[in-house]
Design a protein around this ligand. Structure first.
Ligand code: CP
Length: 325
């Protein structure tokens, strides 16, 4: 198994081989067991991770900061409005300077068409690994935690499992495309059959959908896109009903919010959960818009694994940091 990952950027799972991803899962499992046993795993003593957040976060910030502490290192929370980024300092200077001080840079930047190019630019100039804490295109740490959770429920061999990724109608703000895009890219590579369901205005980036199709073809798995919410649940083992914005259709905020309101029936309730296979699990990366995306009965019910999913962020990210920094 490939384990020489020191210095490797983690911007999308697509740029990591299955062996490299398996090395992360193996170490994450070990770290989770060690934590449960109260055994310290100080794999990164005295190492520093810079965490630049252009956007708000509960899980990502706290799982990374707690994770680096548990590994014996230190995480520094950085907000661009308190950095010289706010005065126009460019990615090259930020990346070069932080690389002289510490051992890793993690970034969340979800602005559409800005986030991923910024991460790529930092990664180009940094001499330490850059970890994607979510951009406009990918949320790879979330999907690693999701897959770890799926394996805990269904076992290591996930070939033939069906996962439904369904758009939901959540109001108030336009959510990025990064979660569904990362799901459809990685899950087929691990043998899962993917059904992606969304209303016509909510398609994902065409190159990502094409890459997901290619991944599924290479892995011999199924990938389909439907405009039928229930199809994502029918005969599924795993469902991830989750909102995102109509960004391929419009980047106008008011138009986007109006389109989200157009499909109130795209909401997960117990009737949908009955369409799946007997061990169907409900997943959501959180935060979930309770009552709009999903009923309390489902998200608080016996099939929901949302807190396992959130916990596994800690374990996979510790593994990622330990392997790359
Ligand atoms: N799932 C996730 O990334 O949560 P936060 O936005 O709270 O970090």
């Amino acid at each position: 198994m490939q384990t020489d990952l020191k210095g490797k950027h983690f911007i999308t799972t697509q740029e990591w081989t299955i062996d490299q991803l398996e090395a992360v899962f193996a170490l994450a499992k070990e770290l989770k067991a060690a934590k449960a046993a109260g055994k310290p795993m100080r794999l990164l003593p005295d190492k520093t991770l810079y965490m630049i957040f252009f956007d708000s976060s509960t899980r990502t910030r706290n799982s990374f900061e707690t994770g680096i502490t548990q590994l014996g290192g230190h995480g520094i929370f950085l907000s661009p409005d308190k950095m010289q980024i706010s005065h126009g300092e460019n990615a090259k200077d930020t990346a070069s300077v932080l690389s002289r001080y510490g051992e890793g840079i993690a970034i969340r930047h979800c602005a559409f068409r800005e986030g991923n190019p910024y991460l790529r630019e930092v990664a180009h100039w940094a001499s330490v690994p850059v970890i994607n804490m979510q951009c406009d295109v990918y949320h790879p740490c979330q999907i690693m935690a999701d897959y770890m959770t799926i394996r805990e429920r269904f076992g290591v061999n996930t070939r033939g499992l069906k996962i439904g990724v369904a758009w939901t109608s959540a109001p108030n703000y336009i959510r990025p495309l990064s979660v569904p895009q990362s799901l459809i890219l990685m899950m087929p590579r691990f043998g899962l059959d993917v059904t992606l369901a969304y209303p016509p205005e909510f398609s994902l980036m065409p190159d990502i959908e094409a890459q997901a199709r290619a991944n599924a073809a290479a892995a011999g798995t199924k990938f389909e896109i439907v405009e039928d919410f229930e199809a994502a649940f029918r005969d599924a083992d795993i469902v991830i009903p989750k909102s995102w914005g109509p960004l391929m259709h419009t980047t106008d905020k008011d138009q986007g919010l109006a389109l989200i309101e157009k499909y109130p029936a795209w909401r997960c309730d117990t009737r949908h959960m009955e369409l799946g296979r007997k061990d169907l699990i409900y997943m959501h990366p959180l935060p979930a818009d309770r009552g709009r995306e999903v009923t309390d009965e489902v998200i608080d019910g016996p099939r929901s694994v949302v807190y396992d999913e959130a916990e596994n962020r800690l374990h996979v990210q510790k593994a990622l940091m330990a392997l790359t920094m």
